[in-house]
Design a binder for this molecule. Structure first.
Ligand code: IMP
Ligand code: MG
Length: 180
């Protein structure tokens, strides 16, 4: 079991499993109906996934534009349902087909907020790809069009995901299980 910051980390999804899944997802996306894709990576948690996925999209023959939006949940806990826009996209999204990338779809508040914002601005389509789906935690009517893995109901770290800004650098997704 890997030990990082004197903590034992149980690996849920290995770097190899994630890489394979990214290529499968990209093939699925390439076969889908999105045209002239504008990718929007939802910061901060999705930056590692987005970096790998856009290169897998290239391998799948796609030529997306890539943008970022920075939002954060606030209130008690990460899933309090209130979402704040911290940094907007620069692009005009009117009439665009958008692929939103996030790390985890949990209550759905984050994706619901971002999707509605883009649709209000006249986006043609907004598709969602999430690395992990905690579907048992959903509180809004939203689902991802593309899901990397179903995620157990545990707080996960690594591959961009953090606790207090730590553990983002791990090449795998895991759960902190205790002191080493
Ligand atoms: P939602 O708005 O409840 O769907 O929450 C999704 C956001 O919460 C994700 O974009 C993550 O940033 C964060 N989040 C949810 N669960 C976890 C976790 O297990 N580890 C790290 N971040 C998480
Ligand atoms: Mg996030």
């Amino acid at each position: 079991m890997p030990i990082v910051r004197d903590k034992k980390i149980e690996v849920l999804f290995t770097a190899k499993q994630i890489a394979k899944r990214n290529h499968e997802l990209s093939e699925e996306i390439a076969l889908g109906d999105l045209k002239d894709i504008l990718v929007i990576s939802v910061l901060k948690g999705s930056f590692v996934f987005a970096a790998d996925l856009i290169r897998a999209l290239h391998k799948a023959g796609l030529t997306p534009e890539v943008e970022f939006i920075y939002v954060s949940s606030y209130g008690a806990g990460t899933t309090a349902g209130k979402v704040k826009l911290l940094r907007d996209v620069d692009s005009d999204v009117k009439d665009r087909d958008i692929l939103l990338i996030d790390d985890i779809l949990e209550s759905g508040s984050t994706m619901n907020f971002v999707r509605n914002l883009l649709l209000e601005r006249g986006a043609n389509k907004v598709a969602i790809v999430t690395l992990l789906d905690k579907s048992m935690r959903r509180k809004t009517e939203i689902s991802a069009d593309y899901v990397g893995f179903e995620c157990p109901d545990k707080f996960v770290v690594g591959y961009g995901m953090d606790v207090g800004h730590a553990f983002r650098e791990l090449p795998f997704v895991g759960v902190v299980t205790g002191e080493a």
